[in-house]
Design a protein around this ligand. Structure first.
Ligand code: SF4
Ligand code: SF4
Length: 634
């Protein structure tokens, strides 16, 4: 069995892993070890079960079969599997966006009174960007038109997706037209990928990969739409300060974790929790203590400062503290094992979405029309569970770090405007030109059980910061940094190179922090990677160059989900060198591997950097940034 340090670098998780060993409790790491060795065909991407004549497997050593029953070779199979993963990721992000669009429409039609538009300015900005006239319309009318425009994006249209065409540079639009990868409907492009990769359709690996790229652009649309609509409904985030890691659990409070991705229910729970305080106190608790996990956690952190307790691969550990009274989940990244873990404790696992049930969990179906009441019902269940808590089983690791979050695009531009009101991007651009900032890196993605949790994030980020790279983070990447104290001004003092420190200090002082901005800016959940894209697009437009010329890179060193594959593909299509810290299931096709890591650079400018050693990954990202600087004559 691996030592705890090889499983996680998070001190809370290490402590819980020691406890799990002592109590003989099964965790995700046990199940991973039980799976070893994992199937080599699956790892290489050369297994196909797209028809009932399979499964077919291609022998990587050239001694066994080189073709499936239908004649598909390794290149076709690997490309098809990859395209299907992109389609799955796209369906998840855009399903989340569609849900928000339906809610906005329901409110506009008077059917969801709990969801009034909170950010009218954002509603108007989005409408204007989409070409919807705003003058003379009341909020309901405009919300209805924006929601309808959003829902129109899902089926096939005669025109490109508005959430792509109006949000990227002109240069990217032209590239998409040139290579025939313009998506005209989110659901229709997902369906097209499933069609072309089904039995006996597209056998050309290059053609299939372009289909995957088109789908990834639809994923970008879904992500951007989800960000826009969540901001309209719940407010555009502004900087907040909170604490992170398992020490945020309170031994005397009703502890409730909000987990999944969509803020629709979790935001309502945050809103009604104060009303339920007296009921919690009547049950003997000090109050209700909400905390977040994964991207639902990020949504309520960004807008309400709700502390993140843990992320991704360590989600089971929160139940194991014996102090969690309820875990409320919506959809995505929710491990089915949570129900088994909850059985060993008093914790109520509460599923809320009709498409995401877990055997063993209590299901309280979320309905927009009665969202507030459902939120109260859920908190009442948590209060009931609190009464059954066994104090002998409580073990809360005492680790917390301060964390700053809430850096939406608007908040970042506002901060920069404190330095230069007329031209907010100028300070950023001037410092990149002067070399005080070498470049920009966006960290995204999950934790992955195959990599010691957080190790790659911490190693790559510290090295880039030392080399004056301006850092942004989303999703569980941001969560990892929060749990290790890297989302703080103190981390800037400790880890930033001199140039970066001077810039972050100047901006931090201008916004009244009295010191530097945090080392890494938390931009939100996974769909909020669109915020980083917005900043890159704004800088590119301001400089009059396309994104693929900017010294901007991305890194997902510990990614897990199909959604991460979709995001990585649109980042590459947007023109970014994009690091992944695991070997994706494509090595079974040298052709596909070469296209993704080399040939695609000549088409879109971006490319994948596959590097499992985090120190080497940092070097490669720095090299990519320097190459871009050279291209700009810097
Ligand atoms: S589609 Fe072809 S390669 Fe895939 S399972 Fe069927 S016969 Fe085998
Ligand atoms: S980063 Fe990955 S694990 Fe975390 S919430 Fe997003 S998709 Fe899920």
């Amino acid at each position: 069995m691996k030592a705890v340090k090889e499983k996680s670098w998070c001190p809370s998780v290490q402590e819980m892993l020691r406890l799990a060993e002592k109590l003989d409790i099964e965790t995700v790491w046990c199940r991973y070890e039980a799976q070893l060795p994992q199937c080599g065909f699956g790892e290489l991407g050369t297994c196909c079960h797209n028809c009932l004549q399979g499964p077919c497997r291609i022998d990587p050593f050239g001694e066994g079969p080189q073709k499936g029953v239908c004649g598909a070779n390794a290149d076709t199979i690997v490309a098809r599997n990859l395209a299907r993963a992109i389609a799955a990721g796209t369906s998840a992000h855009s399903g989340h966006a569609k849900h928000l669009a339906h809610t906005l429409l329901a409110w506009a039609e008077g059917k969801a009174p709990d969801y009034p538009v909170k950010d009218e300015a954002k509603l108007k900005a989005v409408a204007t960007r989409l070409g919807i006239p705003v003058d003379g319309k009341d909020v309901q009318e405009l919300a209805k038109e924006v929601a309808e425009a959003a829902l129109l994006e899902f089926s096939e249209k005669a025109t490109p997706l508005a959430w792509v065409a109006t949000t990227v540079t002109r240069g990217r639009v032209e590239k998409a037209i040139q290579y025939n990868v313009v998506p005209t409907g989110i659901d229709s492009v997902v369906s097209e990928v499933l069609h072309r990769t089904s039995y006996g359709v597209d056998a050309d690996p290059v053609n299939i990969l372009f289909g995957g790229v088109k789908c990834a652009l639809a994923d970008f649309a879904g992500c951007h739409m989800a960000t826009d609509l969540a901001d309209i409904l719940f407010g555009t985030p502004k900087p907040v300060v909170t604490t992170a890691n398992m020490g945020v659990l309170k031994p005397d409070a009703v502890n409730v974790a909000l987990h999944g991705h969509n803020p629709l229910l979790s935001d309502l729970i945050v809103q009604v929790a104060p009303e339920m305080e007296s009921e919690a106190r009547a049950a003997g608790a000090s109050g209700i203590n909400l905390m977040g996990i994964c991207c639902t956690g990020n949504e309520v952190l960004m807008r309400h400062g709700i502390p993140p307790v843990t992320h991704s691969v360590s989600q089971e550990m929160v139940i194991m503290t014996g102090a969690l009274d309820a875990m409320v989940v919506d959809y995505q990244c929710v491990m089915p094992s949570l129900a088994t873990m909850a059985e060993c404790f008093h914790t109520k696992l509460i599923t809320t979405m009709p498409i995401a049930k877990v055997p063993g969990a209590t299901h309280i179906e979320f309905k927009e029309e009665e969202a507030r009441e459902r939120a109260r019902e859920i908190l009442r269940l948590a209060i009931e569970a609190f009464k059954k808590r066994d104090p002998a089983k409580v073990h809360i690791p005492n680790y917390v770090h301060k964390a700053y979050a809430g850096f939406s695009t608007e908040a970042i531009i506002e901060a920069l405007a404190q330095v230069n009101k007329e031209d907010p991007l100028k300070p950023l651009i001037d410092n990149i030109v002067a070399g005080n900032i070498l470049g920009v890196c966006l960290f995204a993605g999950c934790n992955n059980v195959k990599i010691p949790q957080d190790s790659a994030f911490l190693t790559v980020a510290k090295e880039l910061a030392r080399n004056n790279v301006f850092l942004l983070a989303s999703g569980c990447a941001a969560g990892a940094f929060a749990r290790h104290g890297l989302l703080t001004p103190e981390a800037t003092e400790e880890y930033a190179g001199d140039g970066l420190k001077a810039v972050l200090t100047a901006i931090g002082k201008a916004v009244g922090l009295g010191g530097p901005l945090p080392l890494i800016l938390h931009i939100g959940s996974c769909v909020d990677n669109s915020r980083a894209a917005d900043i890159a697009v704004a800088v590119a437009n301001r400089l009059g160059v396309d994104i693929d010329k900017l010294p901007v890179v991305a890194s997902a060193p510990e990614a897990t989900t199909e959604k991460a594959i979709a995001i990585g593909t649109w980042a590459v299509t947007a023109g970014l060198p994009t690091h992944v810290g695991f070997v994706p299931p494509v090595l079974g096709s040298p052709l596909v591997s070469r296209i993704l890591t080399q040939d695609i650079k000549g088409i879109f400018g971006g490319y994948f950097i596959v590097e499992t050693d985090p120190s080497k990954a940092a070097e490669k990202l720095l090299e990519a940034i320097r190459e871009r600087r050279k291209g700009l004559g810097l």
